[in-house]
Design a protein around this ligand. Structure first.
Ligand code: SF4
Length: 149
């Protein structure tokens, strides 16, 4: 399935996707699988994001799916604590606080409709692979970036 087809349309434009979403959110799909180390987590992006199914979520057991996978789903905008009415403040903090961890754009299929990319451009993508939606070993900068103002 083409990620650009998911999430519906708003005013003729495709709805933007949150690239650090929850599996139960609207249109949720698996964006990638976390790897790397506890100190240097890295996302491996799927060639084709996969719609969430119970079987796929079960692969994460015994930990939470958000500890193993990154999900992309329709941005919930004002229902999300990071949204300020027009922008995702999480994406802003990620770019301001965290270092780039790759030198080239990751092979990510949701880029045309990714809110972080639409807002922050390439700088978001160069930092994106280190983002874990749920972790118990986050660094101080990561905690700072993830904490709403
Ligand atoms: S920030 Fe860039 S790499 Fe990350 S999900 Fe969005 S488009 Fe893909």
């Amino acid at each position: 399935m083409n990620p650009e087809d998911r999430g519906g349309c708003a005013g003729g434009r495709p709805a933007l996707l949150c690239p650090s979403a929850q599996p139960e959110m609207s249109g949720s799909m698996i964006l990638g699988v976390m790897g790397g180390t506890a100190e240097e987590p890295r996302l491996s992006y799927l060639e084709e994001p996969q719609p969430v199914t119970g079987d796929l979520l079960a692969l994460a057991a015994p930990v939470q799916p958000t500890q193993i996978f990154r999900f992309a789903a329709q941005c919930e905008e004002s229902a999300c604590c990071h949204f300020d009415g027009s922008r995702c403040r999480l994406a802003t903090r990620i770019v301001q606080i965290l270092p780039a961890v790759v030198a080239a754009l990751p092979p990510c299929r949701i880029r045309p409709t990714c809110r972080w990319y639409q807002q922050e451009g390439r700088d978001a993508c160069l930092r994106c692979p280190q983002i874990e939606t749920q972790t118990y070993t986050a660094s101080e900068p990561m905690i700072l970036a993830a904490t709403p103002a």
